[in-house]
Design a protein around this ligand. Sequence first.
Ligand code: KIV
Length: 267
Amino acid sequence: MEKVTVRDFLKKKEKKEKVIMLTAYDYPSAKIISQTSLDGILVGDSLGMVVLGKENTLKVTMRDMLIHLDAVVRAKPPQLIVADMPFLSYETSTKDAVKNAGLFARHGADAVKLEGGEEMKDVVKAIVRSGIPVMGHIGLTPQRFLRIGGYRILGKREKEEEQLIRDAKTLEEAGVFSVVIENTYSDVAKKITESVSIPTICIGAGPYCDGQILVIHDLLGLSDFTPYFAKKYIDLRELIRRAIEDYISEVKEGKFPGKEHYKSRDS
Ligand code: KIV
């Protein structure tokens, strides 16, 4: 598979082909993904919750992100690698935003993602001007859960719906190559998708978007809880637990290590 670029994302929208992404945070999962036809990997700040056991994404730092971005980059996946800008790495000033996005690019990210709508226009413009592609993220933006009032669905009221459409259009004008829409009603996501020419990539926003993204731990059954909009394709947690129990039993019963697992002088 050839390296996926941001242009491929835009072409997919034109051809009405779905853009399909997953999050990944480490070398083994990025290696597995590299053998699939997935379009993009997001090294998401969900890392903080699903891998590092932090309470929320406000606690994720640039240092956390860089360690895990490096691990994904080392797997050399052909997929587009998008690095998520953590809380306070881009809101403080356009200068900080360009500096941190640049750091991600230097570490091998093909693009960055940041949360927010209209209010992020200047930040997006500055990063794009520096030559780094930006993915937007609107709807439920988890880094703003305090202001939003929890992890709730957005777009119920007409005012909220209009704001979401305005956010997507403004981000497109500012230069984003695609936009994640998180946790809104499917008809709202459809209207947003029809009002922009960049691909919309949904999570918890229904089937009418140009693409889909999931947190890999939800898909694999490794999360503490699976949100209603995610699908567990395999229960890895249970499979891993059983494998560990088998290992414990076999050691206790003297079945492991078996003859094939060690060398003795008389063999
Ligand atoms: O950090 C993340 O995993 C995300 C996705 C939910 C889009 O931002």
